[in-house]
Design a protein around this ligand. Sequence first.
Ligand SMILES: Nc1ncnc2c1ncn2[C@@H]1O[C@H](COP(=O)(O)OP(=O)(O)OP(=O)(O)O)[C@@H](O)[C@H]1O
Ligand SMILES: [Mg+2]
Length: 567
Amino acid sequence: MGPTNTKEKYYRRLRRGLFSAFFIFILVPTTFVSWVTIHNLRQCAIQRIEMFGIRMAEERSDAIRQYLDQQILLLSTLSGMYPVKVMGNQDHLDRLFKAVNERGHVVDLQVIDAKGTQLSYVGPHRAAVEGKNYHDAEWFNDVLIAGKHVSDVFLGYRNIPHLVVAVTDPLKTYVIRATINSEKFNALLHQAQMGHSGDAFIVNPSGEFQTPSLQGETELSSAERELLVHHEGTAAQVMGSYLYATRWIKEGQWLLMIKFKVSESLGSFNERRNNSLMIIAAATIIFMFSAVLLCRYMVGKLERSDRRRANMDQQMIQVEKMASIGRLAAGIAHEINNPLQMITNQAGWIEELLPDEDPALVKNFDEYRDSVSKIKFHVSRAGTITHRLLGFSRRMTTEKECIRVNEILEETISFVENEALSHKISIERELDENLPTTMSDGPQVQQVFLNILNNGLDAVDHDGKIVVSTRADDASIYIEFSDTGPGISPEVMKQIFDPFFTTKEPGKGTGLGMSICYDIMKKLGGKIDVNNKKTGGAIFTITLPLRKMGEPGQEEEGTFGYEGAIS
Ligand SMILES: Nc1ncnc2c1ncn2[C@@H]1O[C@H](COP(=O)(O)OP(=O)(O)OP(=O)(O)O)[C@@H](O)[C@H]1O
Ligand SMILES: [Mg+2]
């Protein structure tokens, strides 16, 4: 687990944190707005249903009142027209019944004198009512006192619910009583539009059903019984999943109750709610999508700028390191150069003096001569090394110069050749003798070569070779390093130029080599390509632009690439 992974984790966490923040900032208000909108819509819809229920209860109560008034009016008209003698006549009542009951609203008609004795009867229960006296019946006395009476619903002789209307004549000499056809009466209620689960019925103050429930209910639920409290006008309220509209009618003797299932009456609300939810959901999705894109963009930008900064920092460190090594090398080289010069001079002096000696007299003459030439050879080698060190220190400057790529290569190879030999790795050269020179930054180019060679040595490990070749065309110089290592896997290929990306054990590689090479080549206007060879192993190709002295474009941006292909 390297620093790259830690960084990756950091950006992933940052991205996740930003996503979560955006999501919360978007989701919380939209959820709240949706809730408020839907709540308000529902309240409006319930208010509309309440209004509708109230209107319906009022319409139905008017219809019932009118109906009962009509029946009373009919009976009052009859009693006003005919005296008791006429009304008590059975034939007359038969004819009258036929004439006034064409629509079948009345089941039977009965005339009773003021003492409660039945005078005449038309209807299906003649036998049952024959000879009956109603003197003690409560309703009968009611009619005589109030002039009219509308009964509660009660079970008659045939055991079906009856509603009775009775009036007396102006002189109170008889009472005419009619049983109302309950089907006709009930139909008045059931015309109301209440949906599939809705209901409309009348109950008396004790909660007994006066008209049948459409849903087949026979008694009120305990919650519904609470509505039996007397109130003025029409009331509407939601209880459970139902809306109840109630109105006391018949002078507080009956409670008209109309009920709707709220969910069934919320059709247009549901449609509006779904539309609103869809619009809010679409807007939320668009916001979230934009938030995701924005987060990615922002974190990506941050990542790129961090990477650039890390690169620059590393380059600065590298440059400073190289500069201090350069200064140290220059100091040592300078100090060593003088004694070396002295040794060369002295060895030369001995070499000059030796011919003056008589070889026959000097016993080890040949040994001395060999030793002197060996001293001169090794001192000259040491001189080459100090010169190289001085050259190295000079190259710490970043000025552009006319560089000979082959020479820089040779020099770089010489830095690593000993190590290569100790691992039985040969470094072969296929250098173009006629390679042109170019204006570039020698030390930086050398650093690129050195990094690639070091990577090659690490990849080959032991027993293999690295081939370094150079060639040129009109525009560029190409330097290729091909090795016999394991090659580069696609995963590594993708990240090879990332700073801190390394597959080496901790402490062995910083993962900066290729990243630095990439930056240097970019700065020099060249590029670096990585490929795998068909025969195995990796091949790095450096492209350096060909520039003559004074030509512009030294600092232009270059390119890099890995084709991931086998070349
Ligand atoms: N010639 C090669 N063959 C196979 N893999 C390579 C080769 N060159 C580089 N790589 C892979 O690319 C990775 C990154 O290389 P880079 O030079 O950037 O870092 P490093 O060599 O691991 O560390 P440093 O260069 O800082 O010592 C290496 O860890 C290695 O896995
Ligand atoms: Mg490396």
